[in-house]
Write a protein that binds this ligand. Structure first.
Ligand SMILES: [Zn+2]
Length: 454
């Protein structure tokens, strides 16, 4: 009787283990093959914020001089968006910082904003951050400090370890400067600031200032028509500077509902400073300019990347863009971040309009589970050549983590479909290559001349 009971217990445990592993596709051979296929793709990363090396921020004043620390990596990550991070101490000592900072992570262990960096610590430094000891933390900090003494570490991690061939940089710190700072980076034209160009007093950064651009190019700006000519000229310059698309992050500042405001109305607002305008007038002017930019995007054949979802969430649902998308069929719209959390809405927009692409950039970092589900739902609703990805961060460790997170998430999504017999394995591998690389080359054919791997 006792033996029978023991056997039953063992049997129950076996059933439990097999159910658990059957539910985790990562334990299957199909997943291993698809993951290996996706890891081998020399990736085209459609969006990142990697600054020129000397500008990479959050460096700390330590007892060995100024440099990048473990705090710098976390401070430059998305973790501080959801949790406080201990500031660097006055005494410049890592041990002082860590004695407090080690408690910052306890309530964030399950969040994607914490977890996306873990693969970087594990794979690049051999450290499990979930169980890190004070001694390991000090050693990790010292190694980070050493690695950032030159830009060699960046190049090695991004191009070799993360296997990224090209990376499109959104230089929000110098939006109208199309210089690239690394052989593997590509420029874009961020038009967020020019939308509010009703008056020169709107701009304090000369590298964001369309009036400064006009002065530099000897263009007089007296009328709204002059201003529109400057916008055209900016986009021509961007294209000459090898920028591959336009980009808007207006979702952080205002609603994504852009009305088709008349030129007469916009002309009554142009040339007046903000203090003389109502909120309604400012919005109308911005709406008018956004429509003109959407037209210029089509005219110059530069697709338009638009931040949707997580930002100013009262007005960042991608559905708010639908009228503008419908009225501008020649513009190629790229809906960023999968519209998180409105991933289903993003799917139906891309299903309905052939001039819409979905970029899953940042989505696995926002919510890994939602990203995995979104890849499956989108692939059911949208042709597989209209989905892309990007890392959207600014340190070697962040880029590595976000890239690995995306490759793993996509491999899981595809392997689950193969296991459920909703997709064959060869097609899953092809879709993996499309999302990680081929779709960006198809949408931005000028990238082909920038490829450097033979
Ligand atoms: Zn971004």
């Amino acid at each position: 009787m006792r033996l029978l009971f023991k056997c039953l217990v063992v049997l129950q445990i076996c059933v439990l283990i097999s159910t658990v592993s059957a539910n985790d596709v990562k334990t299957t051979d199909v997943y291993a093959r698809i993951k290996a296929g996706i890891d081998a793709v020399s990736a085209i990363n459609t969006h990142d914020h990697l600054m020129p090396f000397e500008k990479i921020g959050n460096r700390d004043r330590t007892d060995h001089g100024e440099g990048m620390t473990l705090r710098s990596i976390w401070a430059g990550s998305y973790f501080p968006w959801i949790h406080s991070l201990e500031p660097w101490p006055e005494d410049g000592s890592f041990d002082t910082w860590w004695s407090k900072a080690q408690h910052n992570f306890a309530n964030a262990r399950a969040t994607s904003f914490y977890r996306y960096l873990l693969p970087a610590f594990q794979d690049l430094y051999g450290i499990d951050f979930d169980t890190i000891t004070p001694k390991q933390a000090r050693s990790l900090n010292d190694r980070i400090f050493e690695n950032y003494k030159t830009d060699k570490w960046l190049r090695e991690v991004i191009t070799e370890r993360a296997n990224i061939e090209l990376m499109v940089i959104d230089a929000y710190w110098a939006r109208l400067d199309f210089t690239t700072h690394y052989p593997f980076t590509v420029a874009l034209c961020n038009v967020t600031s020019v939308v509010r160009g009703f008056h020169p007093s709107e701009f304090d950064n000369p590298l964001d200032n369309p009036y400064e651009f006009a002065r530099h190019h000897d263009i007089k700006v007296k009328t709204l028509d002059d201003y529109l000519a400057v916008l055209d000229r900016i986009i021509v310059s961007a294209k000459k500077g090898k920028a591959i698309c336009l980009k808007s992050t207006l979702a952080y500042n205002r609603t994504l509902r852009f009305e088709n405001v008349s030129k007469e109305r916009a002309a009554t607002i142009f040339g007046r400073p903000r203090k003389e305008l109502t909120g309604r007038e400012i919005k109308d002017f911005e709406d008018f300019i956004m429509w003109r930019l959407v037209e210029l995007s089509a005219k110059h054949d530069l697709p338009f990347q638009i931040h949707t979802g997580q930002a100013r969430i009262q007005g960042s649902n991608p559905m708010l863009l639908v009228d503008m998308i419908q009225e501008n069929p020649k513009t190629k719209f790229i809906l960023f971040h999968g519209g998180f959390p409105w991933v289903g809405e993003t799917g139906v927009i891309a299903m309905r309009f052939r001039n819409v692409w979905i970029d899953s950039v940042w989505l696995p970092t926002l919510s890994y589970t939602m990203a995995r589900r979104a890849y499956q739902e989108w692939l059911e609703a949208v042709p597989s050549n209209r989905i892309m990805w990007g890392s959207d961060t600014g340190t070697a460790e962040g880029i590595y983590g976000a890239t690995l997170f995306t490759r793993q998430c996509l491999a899981e999504a595809l392997a689950e479909k193969v296991v459920r017999k909703e997709l064959n394995e060869q097609d899953a591998l092809r879709i993996g290559r499309q999302i990680m690389r081929e779709n960006a080359l198809e949408l931005f054919p000028q990238l082909k001349e920038r490829l450097w791997r033979k």
